[in-house]
Write a protein that binds this ligand. Structure first.
Ligand SMILES: Cc1cc2nc3c(=O)[nH]c(=O)nc-3n(C[C@H](O)[C@H](O)[C@H](O)COP(=O)(O)OP(=O)(O)OC[C@H]3O[C@@H](n4cnc5c(N)ncnc54)[C@H](O)[C@@H]3O)c2cc1C
Length: 395
C-alpha cells in the first residue's frame, strides 16, 4: 500500500489549505453569530474557488470535475474538515455521487449544472418514521401513465432551503420491500412540493435542515434516476462514499485541526508556573488524541485505497464511519478539557467544534448500524478481518 501523492496533489492541497485559511476562516464566526452565510459572501467564495478549479473536485473528469481518485479525494476532504459545513458546501460544492448514474438528458438538466455551480442538490431519504431503517419509507411514487405521482414527506434534509432540486427515495412498488424503492430527481419548483420548517440543530450553524412535503407532485418519466427498484441499492452505494468522504475524512480533518490548536495552547498557557503541556495528565490527553487522529487517518486511507483497487470496501467504510466519528468526539472533548473555561466559552471556536462533531456518530448511519454491518460480515465470512493482503500475514 502506498499513500504517497504526486507533486500536483501536494500543490492542490496547499492551495486548498490557503483558500480555507484566507477566504473561509474569516467568515466562520460571522456565520456562527448570525446563523447564516450572507448570499453575497456565498457567491464571492464560490466564484473565487471556481476560478482556482476547487469547485466540485469529487466529480469525474468526464462530467467536468477534477477526476481525483479515492485516496486523493479523502486528502482533499480532510482539509474540508478544518472549516464548517456551510462554507464547504458553498465554496467547494456538494455534488452527490448518486447523480453520476444520470442518463444523458439528466446529466444536462441536473448533473452538469451542479458541477458548474449553477444548481444545488440535496438528498432526501429520511422520514420521521424511517431513519436508520431507511427501507421503511412511506413516501410513494405511483405510476400514472408516463408519469409518477409523488406523495409523502421527508425531514432533516441538509441544505434544503438553498437547494433547487432533490434526490428523493420513494416506494414505487409497495409489495417489493427494499426492492420496491426508486430514486427521483425532483425540482423544488414543482407544484405540490413544499418546504416545511428549518429544523434547528445543536451545531452546523448556517446549514438548513428542512422538512419536505409532497402532495400529488407529478414527475415525468425522465425524473427516475437509475432503474426502477434500484433506489435502495443506489442509496447504500452512494452513501458509502458520502460516509467516507463527508463524515470520515472530515472527522479526521476536524480532529487534527483541533489537536493542532490544543498543542499550541498547551505550550502557551501556564498554570502553577509551568505550561499545561508539562503536566503528565495533559500529556496523556494529548497522546491519546494523537493516536486517535492517526489511527482514524490510517483507516480512512486504507478504505480509500480499497476503493481505488476496485474492491468491495463496504466493511472498511463502516469501520471508518464508526472509528473516525468517535475519534473526533474524543479529541474535541479532550480539547474542551485542556482549554478549560476558554474551551467552553464562545469566545473561542473549541465549543463549536465540540457541537459540530457530535452529529458524526448519528447521521449517514448511526455507529450502532455500522457496527451491525461489520459484525454481520465478520460472522458470515470474517469480512475484512482476513482480506487478501493479510493472507499469510495475520492468519
Ligand atoms: C444534522 C443532520 C443532517 C441530516 N441530513 C440528512 C440529509 O441530508 N438527508 C437525509 O435523508 N437524512 C439526513 N439526516 C438524517 C440522518 O441520516 C438520520 O438522523 C440517521 O439516519 C438516524 O435516523 P434517526 O434520526 O431517525 O434515528 P433512529 O433511526 O430513530 O435511531 C435512533 C438511535 O437508535 C439506535 N438504533 C437504531 N436502530 C438500531 C439498531 N438496529 N441497532 C441498534 N441501535 C439502533 C441508534 O443509536 C440511533 O442513533 C440528517 C440528520 C441530521 C441530524
Amino acid at each position: 500500500m502506498d499513500f504517497s501523492v504526486s507533486e500536483e496533489m501536494e500543490a492542490l492541497l496547499a492551495t486548498i489549505r490557503r483558500f480555507i485559511a484566507n477566504e473561509l476562516k474569516p467568515l466562520e464566526q460571522e456565520v456562527e453569530d448570525s446563523g447564516e452565510l450572507a448570499p453575497d459572501k456565498a457567491s464571492e467564495i464560490f466564484k473565487k474557488s471556481q476560478a482556482l478549479g476547487l469547485y466540485a473536485m469529487n466529480v469525474p473528469e468526464k462530467f467536468g470535475g477534477a477526476g481525483l481518485n479515492a485516496v486523493e479525494t479523502m486528502l482533499v476532504e480532510e482539509q474540508f474538515g478544518h472549516t464548517t459545513d456551510i462554507l464547504v458546501r458553498r465554496a467547494f460544492g456538494n455534488v452527490y455521487e448518486a447523480l453520476f448514474a444520470a442518463n444523458e438528458l439528466q446529466q444536462e438538466r441536473w448533473l452538469r449544472p451542479c458541477v458548474r455551480g449553477e444548481r444545488t442538490c440535496s438528498i432526501a431519504i429520511t422520514e420521521p418514521d424511517a431513519g436508520s431503517d431507511a427501507a421503511k419509507i412511506k413516501t410513494t411514487a405511483l405510476r400514472d401513465g408516463n408519469s409518477w405521482i409523488l406523495n409523502g414527506n421527508k425531514h432533516f434534509i441538509s441544505d434544503g432551503l438553498f437547494s433547487d432540486f432533490f434526490i428523493i427515495s420513494a416506494v414505487t412498488n409497495p409489495s417489493a420491500g427494499s426492492k420496491g424503492i426508486s430514486l427521483f430527481l425532483v425540482d423544488k419548483s414543482l407544484d405540490g412540493l413544499s418546504v416545511g420548517k428549518d429544523q434547528k440543530m445543536m451545531g452546523l450553524r448556517g446549514t438548513s435542515h428542512v422538512e419536505l412535503f409532497f402532495d400529488n407532485v407529478v414527475l415525468g418519466s425522465e425524473a427516475m434516476l437509475g432503474d426502477e427498484g434500484t433506489g435502495f441499492t443506489q442509496i447504500l452505494n452512494t452513501l458509502g462514499r458520502v460516509r467516507l468522504a463527508q463524515v470520515g475524512a472530515r472527522a479526521v480533518g476536524k480532529a487534527s485541526h483541533v489537536l493542532d490548536l490544543v498543542l499550541d495552547y498547551a505550550k502557551d498557557r501556564k498554570q502553577f508556573g509551568q505550561s499545561l503541556g508539562e503536566f503528565q495528565m495533559v500529556q496523556q490527553m494529548i497522546a491519546d488524541s494523537v493516536i486517535d487522529v492517526n489511527a482514524a487517518r490510517t483507516l480512512l486511507l486504507r478504505a480509500a485505497w480499497e476503493i481505488d483497487q476496485g474492491r468491495d470496501a463496504r466493511d472498511w467504510i463502516a469501520m471508518v464511519k464508526v472509528h473516525a466519528a468517535e475519534a473526533v468526539g474524543r479529541v474535541v472533548d479532550r480539547a474542551v478539557q485542556i482549554f478549560g473555561g476558554m474551551g467552553y466559552c464562545k469566545e473561542l471556536s473549541i465549543e463549536r467544534y465540540y457541537r459540530d462533531a457530535r452529529v458524526s456518530r448519528i447521521y449517514d448511519g448511526a455507529s450502532e448500524i455500522h457496527r451491525i454491518v461489520i459484525a454481520r460480515d465478520a460472522l458470515r465470512s470474517k469480512g475484512a478481518l482476513f482480506d487478501s493482503l493479510a493472507t499469510g500475514g495475520w492468519r
